[in-house]
Every structure is written in C-alpha cells, then in structure tokens.
Design a protein around this ligand. Sequence first.
Ligand SMILES: Cc1ncc(COP(=O)(O)O)c(C=O)c1O
Length: 371
Amino acid sequence: MNPIPVNQPLLNGNEKKYLLECIDTGWISSEGPFIKKFEEQFAARHGRKYGIAVSNGSAALDAAIAALKIGAGDEVILPTFTIISCASAIVRSGAVPIVVDCDRNTWNMDVSHIEEKITPRTKAIMVVHIYGLPVDMEPVLALADKYGLQIIEDAAEMHGQTYKGRPCGSFGNISTFSFYPNKHITTGEGGMLLVDDEYLAERCCSLRNLCFQPQKRFVHEELGWNMRMTNLQAALGVAQLERLDEFVARKRHIGQRYTQALSGIPGLQLPLAQTDYADNIYWVYGLVLKDEVPFDAREAMRRLADYKIGTRPFFYPMHEQPVFQKMGLFNGVSCPVAEKIARRGFYIPSGMALTDEQISQVAEVISELFQ
Ligand SMILES: Cc1ncc(COP(=O)(O)O)c(C=O)c1O
C-alpha cells in the first residue's frame, strides 16, 4: 500500500497562473495587488469590513491580543483543548489564560462553564472552533454582552463553516484564520484578521508592520512585529478562495464516507455529523478510542503507521503543558474531558487531495485493527 499522508492540499486551480503573474510583474513582497484582493475578498466572504493578512494564524492571534490592548492584569478565557498559539498569545502579552474544559461530543469549549470563570479582571473570551464544528456562539455572545467582554474568535480551522447560517469568522470583535496547508484553503503559510471597526483595523495593520508611523516612519510609539503576508502567498489565497465552496463540499464528502465506513466499529467515537447549529465540515476527521479499547491513541497511531497511514494526535490541553506549568500557571486545574480525549484521540488522513480509494483503504485498515 502506498503511503497515505495525513494531509495534502489541492493546488490545481489558478494558483500557478497567479504566482506567475507575481513573478512576471516583480510583485513578490507584501506590497503587491493580490494582498488587497485577498483581504477584500476574504472579508467580504465573511460579511466583515476589513481583512488584514498576516504571516500565519499564530501571528494573527498575537496581533489580536495586542490590538485589543490586552495585557498585564487582564484575564482571557479560552478552551484548554486547543493549539498552543491561543494560550501563548495571551501569556506573552502578560495576561493570564483561564481555561475551560471541552464538550465530550463536539470537542469544543463547554460554554456552560464560561460564566463561572468570569472575574472583574476578565477582558475577553477567546473562542476556538475545533476540528469541524463551531462553538455554540449564542451563549458566548450573551455573556460577552452581559459582562462587557471582547470576543476573539479563532476560526483557523473553520473556513466556509457557518453557525446558524452565519459565517464563522463573523462573530469576534476580532476573528482570526490560518492558511497553513492543512486548512480548507491555504497560502503555504499565512493568516488573516477580520474586523469591522476601523480603529481596530488600523491597529492590526500597524502591529503587523512593526508599528511604523505614517508621518515619522522610524519613530515608534508601540512595539509591533513584521508579520506581513507576501503577494506570492496572497496570490495562492485568491486562487484557493475561488474554490472554497467546492473544498468544503469535498471535506464533507470525505467525512461522510469515513462515517459510513467506520460507524459499525464499537470501540470508536466518531465526529458528530451535526448539531442543531451546524453541519460538520470535517477540517480533520478525528477518532476517540472508547474506554473498552485496551490501548491509547499513541499505540493506535503506531499501528496505523505500520500501514503507512498518516495520523496526528489530538491537541494536548493547555493546563497540562510543561511550559505553562513551569511558569506557575494552571495550578490545580483539572479538565477531565480534554485530558481524556488528548490521550485517546487522533485524526486520520483528511486532506483535500485524499481520494475515495484512499478513504476506503484507510477505513479497511481501521476496521481490521479495531474490530
Ligand atoms: C485553532 C488554531 N488556531 C491557530 C492555529 C495556528 O495557525 P498557524 O499554524 O498558521 O500559525 C492553528 C493551526 O493549525 C489552529 O488549528
């Protein structure tokens, strides 16, 4: 059996044509015309006024925290089950991350536990949509309203998804995306911030560009970063965005085929196909080993590797990260659901270029190994 990678992007639309355009015109830095086009089209697709393209999704989170002036003395509530980028943006700003456990079925932040974490120091809720289903946003929006909190919406994994018909990426004071190659659309590396507020948009633009000042270029009132996206990356982004609906449909097809093939296996928890607010877009197809399975995710991934099937473990909870424990964070915090799925969850090949034949091969091996 040929190796089946955990992810492979599809780059067979206008990507090459637009990249050649960059080379032919010499626009390869962050000044070129594809940047503006990508920002405008991506923002419009999400019903937002401004898009600010950056170098990756982690940088977008750093910029979001800084743009909202979150820092020492503030607390930000976030899911423990997420990527380190979310917590590191908060910690680097000097603010304190306060984690919430996740729901055992959707793997998203359990929104019923947010209110008990709110204190007078809480400045924002960082919502992170995980793996294919959005967070239940209405209760979060109600809390933000009740307590006057900002919402940072990390929609890195949620291109093309909606919550009750409204695009993910339209809910945050600042919403962020990643365009890493395992995302529904990719720019190689890349990220985006979406905002409606003009002042916030200007802050995000300034922060991504070293906080150069328009009048006194090399005099700085604040520290920023160079997190600019290049025209080459944006050219890929424009080509990929043209196919977003097709890509989402393809991912749904992959998810549905896996579910059909794997639903008879008693030891596996499969992703929920839908909730009452969204249909899964299966950014990745995750599996959680039920209690009766006598080994953990690491062993399952090892067994699949014997068949050259690529896998990745689930996220490891923020409150259990050695780097944060060494900083004295999260003392005594326990989030049993996240702790469990981190050890018993992993995902199987889910990339855009996965063929139906490969899906059948993966499903066959899993059926054999876990029956
Ligand atoms: C939820 C979430 N946030 C942020 C990121 C970081 O994005 P990037 O890899 O572009 O820095 C990722 C990456 O996969 C992610 O899944």
